[in-house]
Design a protein around this ligand. Sequence first.
Ligand SMILES: Cc1cc2nc3c(=O)[nH]c(=O)nc-3n(C[C@H](O)[C@H](O)[C@H](O)COP(=O)(O)OP(=O)(O)OC[C@H]3O[C@@H](n4cnc5c(N)ncnc54)[C@H](O)[C@@H]3O)c2cc1C
Ligand SMILES: *[C@@H]1O[C@H](CO)[C@@H](O)[C@H](O)[C@H]1NC(C)=O
Ligand SMILES: *[C@@H]1O[C@H](CO)[C@@H](O)[C@H](O)[C@H]1NC(C)=O
Length: 336
Amino acid sequence: MTDLNIAVLGAGVVGVTTAVELQKRFRHAKIEILAEHVYEDTTSYVAAGVFRPGTSFCGPTQEITQKWINDSYTYWDEIRRSPEGARAGVTELSGYIFSSQHSQAVRNRYIEKLCPVYRAATEKELKLCPGNWKYGSFFTTVLTQSSYYIPWAINKFKSNNGKIIQKKIESLQEVGSYDVVVNCTGLGSRFLCNDYQVVPIRGQVIKVKAPWIKTFFYGDLDTYVLPGIDLVTLGGCRQYESWDLSVNKYDSLKIKDQCEALVPSLKGAEVISHKVGLRPHRGIVRVEKEILNTDSKKIKIVHNYGHGGYGVTTAPGTSLYACELVQEILSGNSKL
Ligand SMILES: Cc1cc2nc3c(=O)[nH]c(=O)nc-3n(C[C@H](O)[C@H](O)[C@H](O)COP(=O)(O)OP(=O)(O)OC[C@H]3O[C@@H](n4cnc5c(N)ncnc54)[C@H](O)[C@@H]3O)c2cc1C
Ligand SMILES: *[C@@H]1O[C@H](CO)[C@@H](O)[C@H](O)[C@H]1NC(C)=O
Ligand SMILES: *[C@@H]1O[C@H](CO)[C@@H](O)[C@H](O)[C@H]1NC(C)=O
């Protein structure tokens, strides 16, 4: 039996999900994850992980984008229903999105048909939170908390003989000899691939202990209160092309003020941490194959990066699609 060697670059939610899916599809392959940062040092750990793709989330076509989103929802929901759901950090969650400005802000064409519940908020519900809310929706979705999901998925990967190697890759040439390299480096792709279409959208959040909060709330101006498995994430901000990974005290004050205005009981909440992450944004999320010609060899690459603010939500759909591309790029390979 000949061995197929596959490298996955990146150990965020996208890389880890891709690696686990590759193991299912290529049972005899030797699969390695190479990543500079693992676990809590990835952007994925900053995310609240609510399944809610923004209406600006975009794949190559409308059809493919919707398929990624549908496949992702099914994937998360299957884990949630399984006995593994709790350990994997996947749970069901419901809540409200309110706006005083636009009726469109509370709609979401991607998930209105997909989620088990997505409906307009009633007049009474519009008064649940202080503020002059004109528009609102209530919906039920899934939440995936990376601090549970990533260790769970990595354990699964390792128990199937997967290996993780922690190192920074400066160029593809140094990656070594693999039949295919899958590129899940998020913002790192900007340097690794000189892909200047990938830009950071900086986000800052406060993680607080507030176990009495059982539903999520989104308001105007990037205000959100999102209960996770053990902490509530308060946000946020979206700063285009900011690379600043340090906690900004003015952002913290703004987030605290806005969230407490929306949900006043948060005033009593104990602050656990402040976190900053750079969302790896790309106008069109890149899930593509490429054959790179270097002096010494041809390298088969499948890219899977640029998920912006929706990488937890859409990791499964894009990863399944990337696995399909791995299969395609390898076909014709005598080792298959
Ligand atoms: C404040 C905030 C809130 C968010 N909330 C949500 C949410 O509610 N729902 C949602 O779906 N998404 C949310 N997101 C977005 C989500 O966090 C990202 O889309 C997701 O984490 C991207 O995953 P990734 O695996 O592509 O990247 P990352 O998690 O950044 O992982 C990239 C990996 O690649 C590695 N890497 C990069 N370059 C190199 C290199 N040169 N050599 C070796 N390794 C390299 C890194 O070390 C890391 O392991 C939020 C983001 C922020 C900042
Ligand atoms: C996605 O799911 C919705 C709801 O089940 C369905 O109406 C739609 O046709 C699906 N679209 C794709 C592209 O799979
Ligand atoms: C991502 O792909 C590009 C090719 O466009 C490559 O140059 C770069 O090294 C890759 N990065 C990673 C991490 O593979």
